[in-house]
Write a protein that binds this ligand. Structure first.
Ligand code: AHR
Length: 491
């Protein structure tokens, strides 16, 4: 029997809804086909956006969407993507498959997508190959209400009113695809570029500087030392890669060894947040600068027969656990982690949705986001679970259980609990201090480790009601099945 202790009196801070954020890049079939099919498509759409995908994402309560990249962002020139579509420049997407990018999805289309999704836009500007003027003018085009060259151009292109844009990224992976810069050089560039990203009227930008690649702690140190006074957020990118960058491992065909290695590598996120956070604390003890984990998730080998530059991969129960663990970690570190964006939204890497023509599939990762959505804007509370180490290799042992707990505005307690074992179920004794439990509503996502949804079998992995619990005088007792994610709403 593992004890799960919850103390709702010990409130730890607000879980920003943006922790449940997403990322969409001009990469493979994410934007084109996945989100945007154009107004003339036979796939049902509203102003070119797929109705089925938009509806599913709204149901999941997508809070924020990052765009246009990724590596693509530092090659993107926003003026190529405005005005009459037939006049828009065609370019080569050099990073991703060398395909033609016709710029038919640009600023207006992205803002329309966010309007339909009812989510915050997060726009990533170009430092690597763009200019200060270009970035400055993009902000003006987006957010300036009065008379100015860029506001006039926006009006000419059909948008009389300025948009509201809060989240703005100044470059992406500038240590790599965004210009191969040193941290000292980028810190100076960041300071210069962000100067001209103006706050017009009441539109206050939340400026996000490019942060470290995984455990590059020196990058964080230099950025915080040289530029923390000029930023609201500092990013961090960390992908779960089971094997290595050359041979990453297959997404849907794997053994138990790979299962535990993947989860072990996922848990590294805790260490990264802790260590980057400790550096940030030295320069910013009041935690004014948010840690923005704007790329995370699994990265496997592409599916056989698909374009290697499109990064299309299947999504199994293993991805569900990776999502559940990461989201629990973000919740538990909500004092520093202010946003996180899984890569990527549709058809690329650890997607919540896969599409094929008119068909759409919700992945196990989607179901986890949907189950966890009640944590959005809730208050993290103290929780602790007794665990034991499990796994098939000495070096890749993981805790068998992983949890986070929040209380929402109505006083409901949300428990999200993962069972990382592929073979064992565990008895849980939930102990809730100073709180009498009246009712419990449960949802469970569970299946064999390699189970996934595909276009001819879209509901192999789907949430079910979880009723196998007993309310006690201390709290609630239940058994968590192997390889599962559970969400309990407790009143
Ligand atoms: O998400 C795919 C790529 O991974 C992004 O374009 C880049 O920022 C990262 O290296």
């Amino acid at each position: 029997m593992s004890k799960l202790f919850v103390n709702v009196q010990n409130k730890k801070g607000k879980i920003n809804k943006e922790i449940y954020g997403h990322f969409s890049e001009h990469l493979g079939r994410c934007i084109y086909e996945g989100l945007y099919v154009g107004e003339d498509s036979k796939i049902p759409n509203t102003n070119g956006m797929r109705n089925d995908v938009v509806q599913a994402l709204k149901e999941m309560k997508i809070p924020v969407l990052r765009w246009p990249g990724g590596c693509f962002a530092d090659e993107y020139h926003w003026k190529d993507g405005i005005g009459q579509k037939e006049n828009r420049k065609k370019m080569i997407n050099t990073h991703w498959g060398g395909v033609v990018e016709d710029n038919s999805f640009g600023t207006h289309e992205f803002m329309e997508l966010c309007r339909q999704l009812e989510c915050e836009p997060y726009i990533n500007g170009n430092v690597g190959s763009g200019t200060v003027q270009e970035m400055s003018e993009w902000v003006e085009y987006l957010t300036f209400e009065g008379i100015s060259p860029m506001a006039d151009l926006r009006k000419k292109n059909g948008n009389e009113d300025a948009w509201k844009v809060k989240y703005f990224g100044v470059g992406n992976e500038n240590w790599g695809c965004g210009g191969n810069m040193t941290p000292e050089y980028y810190a100076n560039e960041y300071r210069r570029y962000q100067t001209y990203c103006r706050n017009y009227a009441d539109n206050k930008l939340y400026k996000i500087a490019c942060g470290a690649n995984a455990d590059d702690y020196d990058w964080t140190d230099v950025l915080m030392k040289n530029a923390s006074n000029f930023m609201d957020g500092l990013s961090l990118h960390y992908y779960t890669i089971t094997k290595n960058w050359v041979e990453k491992g297959a997404a849907a065909k794997f053994d138990e060894k790979e299962w535990y290695t993947t989860l072990k590598k996922t848990l590294k996120m805790e260490e990264l947040i802790y260590r980057h956070g400790a550096i940030m604390d030295r320069y910013d003890p009041e935690k004014k600068v948010g840690l923005i984990i704007d790329e995370w998730g699994t990265w496997f080998d592409v599916e056989v027969g698909t374009n290697p530059g499109f990064l299309y991969q299947q999504n199994t129960m293993r991805d569900a656990l990776v999502a559940g663990i990461n989201l629990n970690i973000f919740n538990k570190n909500c004092d520093r982690v202010k946003m996180a964006n899984i890569a990527q939204l549709v058809n690329v890497l650890q997607s919540v949705i896969l599409t094929e023509g008119e068909k759409m599939v919700l992945t196990p990762t989607y179901h986890v986001f949907n189950m966890y959505k009640s944590h959005q804007e809730a208050t993290l509370v103290e929780s602790y679970i007794e665990t034991q180490d499990i796994g098939v290799e000495e070096e890749n042992q993981v805790p068998n259980l992983h949890e986070s707990v929040s209380v929402d505005a109505e006083g409901r307690i949300n428990v999200t609990l993962n069972n990382l074992s592929v073979s064992e179920s565990y008895d849980i004794q939930g102990i809730f201090a100073d709180r009498e439990i009246k009712s419990v509503k449960g949802t469970i996502l569970s299946n064999e480790m390699g189970a996934y949804n595909d276009f001819d079998a879209p509901e192999v992995v789907k949430p079910a009601e979880f009723i196998d619990f007993k309310i006690t005088n201390k709290g609630v007792d239940f058994k968590i099945p192997k390889c599962s994610v559970i969400h309990l709403v407790i009143e």
